[in-house]
Design a protein around this ligand. Structure first.
Ligand SMILES: Cc1ncc(COP(=O)(O)O)c(C=O)c1O
Length: 379
C-alpha cells in the first residue's frame, strides 16, 4: 500500500531523544524546549514562541490570551478541524462560520464584514494546506473593528504571504507538529506571541497558571498560582524529537514541494480536459507543500476514484466534514448556509503526500489517477 501520509524522519531523532533522556530532565521547559523556541523565534522573526503539547493546546492558550468570554462570537471557516472551533467554544464563545473562497478553500475575506455583530471578538483565519488567507484584508477589517486575529497556522510552517511568514501576521498564531504535519513530534504545537505582555501571560497559562517560567529564569525565588492556566508544556523528550525535525524543516519542506509540483504538472492536462480542478495558489502566497488535493466533478466520481485507487493499493483521503453541519454544531444551533464549503467538501480528494514519498510510488499514483479518467473518457 502507498500510505496517504507518513511522518518523515530527519535521521538523528533517536540521538536527540537519548540526549534528553540522559540529561535526567524529562519534564518540559528545559534545554530542548528552549532550542526549539529560539529556532521558531529567529526563523519567523517573532518576539516569542512557546512550545505546546499540540496545535489544539496552542489555540486554547490563544483563546485565553485573547480573553474570549461567554457570549462572544468568533469568525472562522467551517472547512477546518474541530480544534479551530473548540478552543473558543471552551471559553463560552460561539463560532460564526463564514464560507471559503472557491479558489484557495480559505476563509473568504469578502464575506466577513456582513457577519460581524457587536459581539464579534476575533477572527480565526485557517491557512488550508499552507496556502495563505488574504491577510491584508483580514487584518484591515480586524483593526477597523478592534478584533483579535488568531492565525490557525497548524498546516503552515515555513509558508509565506507577500514574503511574510505565516503565523506572524495575526495578533496570535498557532502551529501544529502533529504526525501528519511537515515537521512533527508526533503530537506538538507552538504558540506565537508578538508582545511581551502576551508572552508573560502565555507563560503563566502554559504552566498551570503559575509563574514557574519566571522562576526557571531566576526572576523570582519561588513560583505560585498567578492566574488562569492549564498544562500545555510538552516534555523534553518530545522537544528533543522536534529539535531534530526543525533542523531538517527546510529540507523536508523542499522535498514536499518537489512532490507537489510533480502532481501539479502531471494533472495539468486532466484539468484542461475538464476532468478535475487543481489547487490554486495565488502568486503572492508561497506554500509549503503540506497537501496536494484535486477537486472532482461530484461526490459520486470522488467515491469511484477512491475505490479505484484503494483497489490498486493507494490510500487517499478527503478532508474535513464541515463543522457547520457536524452533529455538535447542529445540536448547538450553529448551522448556516455555506454553499462553497458544502460544495468543495463533497468533491475534494487528497493524494499521498510526504517528503519521503518515492518517485516510483508517486508515478504509480499519477498513472492510476490518469488511467481512471482515461476510463471515464472512453465510456
Ligand atoms: C487546521 C488545523 N487546526 C488545528 C489542528 C490541531 O492541531 P493538533 O492536532 O496539533 O492539535 C489541526 C491539525 O491537526 C489542523 O489541521
Amino acid at each position: 500500500m502507498i500510505p496517504f501520509s507518513q511522518p518523515d524522519l530527519a535521521g538523528n531523532e533517536l540521538q536527540q531523544i537519548a540526549m534528553a533522556l540522559e540529561s535526567g530532565k524529562l519534564a518540559g521547559n528545559g534545554q530542548f524546549t528552549a532550542l526549539c523556541e529560539h529556532w521558531l523565534e529567529s526563523k519567523l522573526g517573532v518576539h516569542r514562541a512557546l512550545l505546546a503539547h499540540s496545535g489544539t493546546g496552542a489555540l486554547e492558550m490563544a483563546a485565553l490570551i485573547a480573553d474570549i468570554r461567554p457570549g462572544d462570537e468568533v469568525i472562522m471557516p467551517s472547512f477546518t478541524f474541530s480544534s479551530t472551533a473548540n478552543a473558543f467554544v471552551l471559553r463560552g464563545a460561539s463560532p460564526v462560520f463564514v464560507d471559503v473562497r472557491p479558489d484557495t478553500l480559505n476563509l473568504d475575506e469578502r464575506l466577513i464584514a456582513e457577519r460581524l455583530t457587536p459581539r464579534t471578538r476575533a477572527i480565526v483565519p485557517v491557512h488550508y494546506g499552507g496556502v495563505s488567507c488574504e491577510m491584508d484584508a483580514i487584518m484591515a477589517l480586524a483593526n477597523l473593528h478592534g478584533l483579535t486575529v488568531i492565525e490557525d497556522a497548524a498546516q503552515a510552517l515555513l509558508a509565506t504571504y507577500k514574503g511574510v511568514p505565516l503565523g506572524t501576521i495575526g495578533h496570535l498564531s498557532a502551529f501544529s507538529f502533529h504526525a501528519t504535519k511537515n515537521v512533527t513530534s508526533g503530537e506538538g504545537g507552538a504558540l506565537i506571541l508578538k508582545t511581551s505582555d502576551h508572552a508573560l501571560r502565555a507563560e503563566i497559562i502554559r504552566e498551570k497558571g503559575t509563574n514557574r517560567s519566571q522562576f526557571i529564569r531566576g526572576e523570582v525565588d519561588k513560583y505560585t498560582w498567578s492566574g488562569l492556566g492549564s498544562s500545555y508544556v510538552p516534555s523534553e523528550i518530545l522537544a528533543a524529537l522536534l529539535w531534530s525535525q526543525l533542523n531538517a524543516a527546510h529540507q523536508l519542506t523542499e522535498q514536499r514541494l518537489v512532490r507537489w509540483q510533480r502532481y501539479h504538472a502531471a494533472f495539468a492536462q486532466l484539468e484542461r480536459e475538464g476532468m478535475l480542478t487543481r489547487p490554486n495558489v495565488p502568486g503572492h502566497c508561497h506554500h509549503n507543500g503540506h497537501v496536494y488535493y484535486i477537486l472532482l466533478d461530484d461526490t459520486d466520481i470522488r467515491g469511484r476514484l477512491i475505490d479505484f485507487l484503494r483497489e490498486r493499493g493507494i490510500c487517499v483521503a478527503w478532508h474535513f466534514i464541515p463543522l457547520h453541519s457536524s452533529p455538535y454544531a447542529t445540536a448547538q444551533g450553529w448551522t448556516c448556509s455555506l454553499p462553497v464549503t458544502d460544495d468543495i467538501s463533497g468533491r475534494i480528494l487528497r493524494l499521498p503526500m510526504f517528503a519521503s514519498l518515492g518517485d516510483d510510488d508517486q508515478a504509480r499514483v499519477i498513472k492510476d489517477v490518469v488511467s481512471f479518467f482515461g476510463g471515464i473518457l472512453r465510456n
